[in-house]
Design a protein around this ligand. Structure first.
Ligand code: ATP
Ligand code: TZE
Ligand code: MG
Length: 269
């Protein structure tokens, strides 16, 4: 049995604990994220007001910050929530949506990573590269994973940001700069439903709420998520993205530790 088979059991711990996950996220993915966390067996809450974010973050098992539709008021609230979470020892998971697309996004992503102690950052290769000043876009187009060594990028990012980094795409990488894992699950239909990256960041948050070793939490979360997507695609691929979205929520709720252990493709690097 590989190490990570034991970590797959964190799925059960999440379902037993039903952790509260406080989100300050984007307007596109709010409903899908809440439904995805409910399907997993966690307890989502979205709270944005400066008057309440610190209190909510301290109550939560994890705080997820996502800059997908950022504005100045929301960024202030993220910093307040992040500081409160840091004081209370609540893990903060960050999704740098669109870092590199505009300078506002890039600068905000970097500022949040400087100001807040992050337990993990989850993004695609372009976002993570841009966060650490390694432009990945070619003429405004995400150059994709083929344009570079994603494992090496993830390690540089973990060292520079001082946090666990998860880079997702066709293959996913998780590293804290020392231990590095590759997860080869998932399905291309995930790229045809908006918010699958954002929901994944929140799922990492739910796992981090029950496991302080964030590498373990992130590997378990990504394997679970990818295996659920494969089962959903097997049912819904013939219909298309709408059916896949529903089948994916069903699979997130249905699959168990045994499915993840059987179908997970995790490899240490
Ligand atoms: N070509 C692919 N084949 C299989 N799985 C994929 C593929 N591309 C992405 N995924 C999976 O999709 C999920 C979301 O990752 P992705 O890298 O697309 O996030 P993102 O770019 O942040 O997405 P979003 O559009 O939601 O912001 C992950 O579980 C990842 O493994
Ligand atoms: C489409 C879109 N635009 C800003 S955030 C978002 C959802 C994917 O993160
Ligand atoms: Mg994203």
């Amino acid at each position: 049995m590989d190490n990570w088979h034991k970590w797959a059991e964190l799925l059960e711990r999440v379902r037993e604990a039903n952790p509260l996950v406080h989100h300050i996220t984007n307007v596109v993915v709010t409903n899908f994220t809440a439904n995805g966390l409910l399907a997993l067996g966690a307890s989502p809450v979205m709270a944005y007001a400066k008057e309440e974010v610190a209190e909510m973050a301290k109550l939560a098992g994890a705080l997820v910050l996502n800059i997908g539709t950022l504005n100045a008021t929301e960024v202030e609230a993220m910093l307040m929530a992040g500081r409160a979470a840091n004081e209370a020892g609540v893990p903060v998971i960050f999704d740098p949506v669109g870092a590199g697309a505009t300078s506002y996004r890039t600068e905000t992503a970097r500022y949040i990573a400087e100001q807040i102690k992050l337990a993990a950052v989850r993004g695609n290769a372009a976002e993570i590269a841009n966060m650490i000043g390694e432009p990945w876009m070619i003429k405004g187009v995400d150059a994709g994973q083929g344009s570079g060594d994603v494992v090496a990028l993830a390690k540089r990012a973990a060292a520079k940001l001082g946090t666990v980094v998860a880079i997702t795409g066709k293959e996913d990488v998780v590293t804290d700069g020392q231990a590095t894992y590759l997860i080869r699950n998932g399905h291309p239909l995930l790229t045809k439903v908006t918010g699958t990256g954002c929901l994944l960041t929140s799922v990492v948050g739910a796992f981090a709420a029950v496991e302080p070793d964030v590498v373990k939490a992130a590997v378990a979360a990504l394997a679970y998520y990818g295996v659920a997507a494969e089962q959903a695609a097997a049912e819904a691929e013939k219909h298309g993205p709408g059916s896949f979205q529903a089948a994916f929520l069903d699979a997130l709720a249905r699959i168990g530790v045994d499915d993840v252990k059987r179908d997970g493709r995790v490899e240490q690097r």
